[in-house]
Design a protein around this ligand. Structure first.
Ligand code: SF4
Ligand code: SF4
Length: 196
């Protein structure tokens, strides 16, 4: 029979998908020297000052669920190992715990956001992002309204979601104007959903 305490310990120490950059054999052909500058351009200005202490990984609520931990990702960024960085950053919750605990006053969350900027410009857009933004421009929220949810809201004494009310529609229009003006609709390919 499994000992639950030992299982917890194993998961905590090793991580569910532990994969260290240090364990990889890397050759020069994998390095993109301009990558750190690109990250800085999109807001990850402190990327080169990371001390590799690992505090950010220790406090990150999603670090056990991702292939590369925050510290590993930053190391890849410094080396210009772009191919290891663009796939996993969508799960960052931008909670800023890493920033609060960083002894170098570096903001890893800004680096994660910069990696998303770079990823979408390279056409790496997870389907859930498109779905969430499509719902946002259509309904004013990232989750599609559901009559079942309205039923539960009613049972709890809450008002239904009023996405058809004129006032609500005016807010949705404003969201569409902003998404279009920032060219975000074109960037992620949802122009047909935006009517401005
Ligand atoms: S901001 Fe992202 S990387 Fe930093 S602790 Fe939160 S989830 Fe982890
Ligand atoms: S806490 Fe700061 S210095 Fe330490 S590894 Fe993370 S980003 Fe680098």
């Amino acid at each position: 029979m499994k000992d639950p305490e030992k299982e917890v310990e194993k998961v905590f120490i090793g991580g569910l998908h532990e994969e260290l950059v240090e364990d990889k054999i890397i050759d020069e052909s994998q390095l993109e020297p301009d990558f750190p500058a690109l990250i800085q351009k999109y807001g990850g200005k402190d990327v080169m000052t990371c001390l590799q202490c690992g505090n950010c990984t220790g406090v990150c609520p999603i670090s056990l669920k991702i292939d590369y931990k925050t510290r590993n990702i930053i190391k890849c960024c410094q080396f210009g190992l772009k191919k290891y960085t663009l796939g996993t950053r969508w799960v960052c919750a931008t909670c800023y715990r890493c920033y609060e605990h960083c002894p170098a006053d570096l903001n890893p969350a800004d680096i994660m956001i910069a990696l998303r900027h770079i990823a979408v410009r390279e056409g790496i857009i997870p389907p859930f992002v498109k779905t969430a933004v499509t719902n946002l421009v259509k309904y004013g929220q990232s989750v599609k309204p559901d009559p079942e949810i309205d039923k539960i809201r009613k049972e709890l004494g809450l008002n239904p979601i009023h996405s058809h009310d004129p006032e609500y529609q005016a807010i949705i229009k404003e969201i569409q104007v902003l998404v279009h003006a920032s060219k975000y609709d074109k960037l992620i390919g949802i122009q047909d959903e935006v009517r401005v």
